[in-house]
Design a protein around this ligand. Sequence first.
Ligand code: NAG
Length: 287
Amino acid sequence: MANCNNQNVNHNHINTEQAQAVVIMVPFPAQGHLNQLLQLSCLISSYGIPVHYVSSAIHNRQVIVRTNGLNPMEIAKLHFHDFPIPDFDSPPPKPDLMNKFPEHQQPAWDATLSLRQPVAEYLQNISLKAKRIVVIHDLLMSVVVQDVASIPNAESYVFTSISAYFHATFFGEYLGKPFPIEQPKNVPSFEGCLSEGILNFLALQDEPVKYRAGDIFNTCRAIEGPFIDLIEREDAAENRKLWAIGPILPSKSLSANSQHKCLEWLDKQARHSVIYVSFGTTTSLSG
Ligand SMILES: *[C@@H]1O[C@H](CO)[C@@H](O)[C@H](O)[C@H]1NC(C)=O
């Protein structure tokens, strides 16, 4: 798959004024979500399509400072827009609680709800300049992008930062639906994994998420076929499209000569002796 560091497409200047299509990314401000949409931004931009990355100043700064494996020249081609959000509390994590969910980030997430107004105004502005607007947003930003529904030349797609497995099983449970396919054995339940704050935040998205035209998953059929098929059937019943485009990992970190010290360490281990566990956004680790 093409990626930010290795592509042979033409990068002639395309500005928004003449653009046929522009892509607007609206990420959820947690690192694992910000970073995946940045990777997708670089991938789309490598095809010569203008990409606008829309968040608060602090979260745009965060995603740029913490990039990993992306080429800075590719990032420089993206258009970052800093929109205002109210000040928010930033308490330290509380890793000693029973529930490891990083609740301390909830004030930042709540603050981003106020992005709705500037995002709506921005979409209005750009809808006069571009032929077609494609909004790609986190499911948790459905409230923020909901005004896309009133713009005739715009459509929106949800980009899912979690696995198709987690998406299918969690939303099955969340919506109280019986799960129709065999699940992996011995996987613990989600009970108690999330906070009340994030469940309330999720509930806000229930209505506006229905405006999306389709779903994009950062996974592939070789890894998660049965779960992708399940979600695709549900999407098709609602006239929505689904793409499994992942994994959209930048290849530089996989092939570069100078490797991160974690990869150097990994290369020294015996074959099949290491298990990779990603804790993602949803836990707080004690020191
Ligand atoms: C929309 O366009 C108006 C007029 O050009 C400008 O003043 C405003 O800042 C723009 N808003 C956004 C959010 O881009």
